[in-house]
Design a protein around this ligand. Structure first.
Ligand code: 13P
Length: 250
């Protein structure tokens, strides 16, 4: 059985004061029945990793550059995430695909760089509202899976996050039937491409996950956890989401 994963993406939020939230989570979840991951802004990764050290909380970056090093002002290499104590790298988030014009090919190259640095790649995909309303969701997700996923993915080196763009930060979530349909589709595609490992790769749902809706989302068989934005910033919101995942998947 796949172990649940509660992942927090702090996006461009957080300062040194936010490290206190991690202290609270550490105390509240000393031996969780699921995995916990926090991806803070790069400025906090090393400090947060040190606060989380010795606890059940893993840390990661929100992006990585495809290259190992070089003249790429403002970018961060996967090896630097590992050096700062991170074990995961989110790649292909819709905000990066939109703000930084990242294509599936770029996302794939970034995921490959993450794997080469020994990180777990958390590869994000999801449809826009237009695509959802014109019934293209599964086509879009299929194309993103085909284009963004490197070869050789396993349950140990990759996580997929399905995040419908229109559900991110909006308070709207798809119906449970829609979440079930997409997650079942992703699972089938993963198994078709990666065989038994496709069964082991965790598939997270992301987009307006809150303490109030977490339990119903986690009840879906092929939802293995969540990639949480806003509700991961405060321990008082993230902690009940972790607890709901423990109840559903622990
Ligand atoms: O984009 C997300 C996580 O990567 C989801 O963000 P919200 O939980 O704030 O909707």
């Amino acid at each position: 059985m796949r172990r649940g994963l509660a992942a927090g993406n702090w996006k461009m939020n957080g300062t040194a004061a936010s490290l206190g939230e991690v202290e609270v989570l550490k105390t509240a979840h000393p031996a969780p029945a699921v995995d916990i991951l926090i991806c803070p802004p790069a400025t906090l990764l090393e400090r947060l990793s040190s606060v989380a050290s010795g606890s059940a909380i893993a840390t990661g970056g929100q992006d990585c550059h495809p290259e190992k090093a070089g003249a790429h002002t403002g970018d961060i290499a996967a090896g630097m995430i590992a050096d700062a104590g991170g074990s995961h790298a989110i790649v292909g988030h819709s905000e990066r695909r939109a703000d930084h014009h990242e294509t599936d090919a770029i996302v794939r190259a970034k995921a490959e760089a993450a794997l080469a640095a020994g990180l777990v790649a958390v590869i994000c995909l999801g449809e826009s509202l237009d695509q959802r309303e014109s019934d293209q969701t599964l086509d879009v997700i299929g194309a993103q899976l085909a284009g963004s996923l490197p070869d050789g993915l396993t349950g140990a080196n990759a996580v997929i996050a399905y995040e419908p763009i229109w559900a991110i930060g909006t308070g709207k979530i798809p119906t449970i039937e829609q979440i079930t349909e997409v997650h079942d589709f992703i699972r089938a595609e993963l198994v078709a491409r990666f065989g038994a490992e496709g069964e082991a790769i965790r598939v997270l749902y992301g987009g307006s996950v809150k303490p109030s809706n977490a339990a119903e989302i986690f009840a879906v068989a092929n939802v293995d956890g969540a990639l949480v934005g806003g509700a991961s910033l405060k321990a008082e919101d993230f902690s009940p989401i972790i607890a709901a995942l423990e109840t559903a998947k622990g």
